[in-house]
Design a protein. Structure first.
Length: 151
């Protein structure tokens, strides 16, 4: 089952069970996906990687909102945004363990011929597409830096 199909099924389930918050979040994601499809043009269907990208974008937007609401003292809105983040995270693949991330970083660094911290950009550019939403950029950046400093 593709992620788009899963979104449709989860949306139907949310409608049946009266989960208004979940339904709202899924509808927003599906609208963003529709916009992405229109941008691409006909005949170019979205892949699961595209869906993950849209979901990650939604999570990032909500985390930014959470920071703003915290600064503004709006605990009610912080809770709402955190709930939406949790709903969105359910559509991401399971996160990599630290060991899996370090193994991937070592493999990619060897592939690109990284010899130190100066090659961090090359390693990051090669690692990020392989993760597809399974690790956050800051976590990956730190792992790559630690590895390259030890080389």
């Amino acid at each position: 089952m593709t992620l788009q199909e899963r979104l449709v099924e989860e949306m139907k389930d949310a409608m049946r069970t009266g989960q208004a918050e979940k339904l709202s979040v899924i509808r927003m994601v599906r609208a963003s996906l529709k916009n992405r499809e229109i941008e691409r043009g006909k005949g170019k269907p979205l892949t699961d990687a595209d869906v993950i990208e849209v979901v990650l974008s939604g999570i990032k937007q909500r985390r930014d909102s959470i920071d703003q609401f915290r600064q503004g003292g709006r605990a009610d809105l912080v809770a709402k945004e955190e709930q939406e983040v949790a709903i969105l995270q359910a559509f991401l693949p399971p996160p990599l363990s630290e060991e899996e991330l370090h193994t991937l970083v070592r493999e990619v660094a060897a592939e690109v011929g990284a010899s130190g911290v100066k090659d961090m950009g090359k390693v990051m550019k090669a690692v990020m597409p392989r993760l597809a939403g399974r690790a956050e950029g800051g976590t990956v950046n730190a792992a790559v830096k630690r590895y390259l400093e030890s080389v």
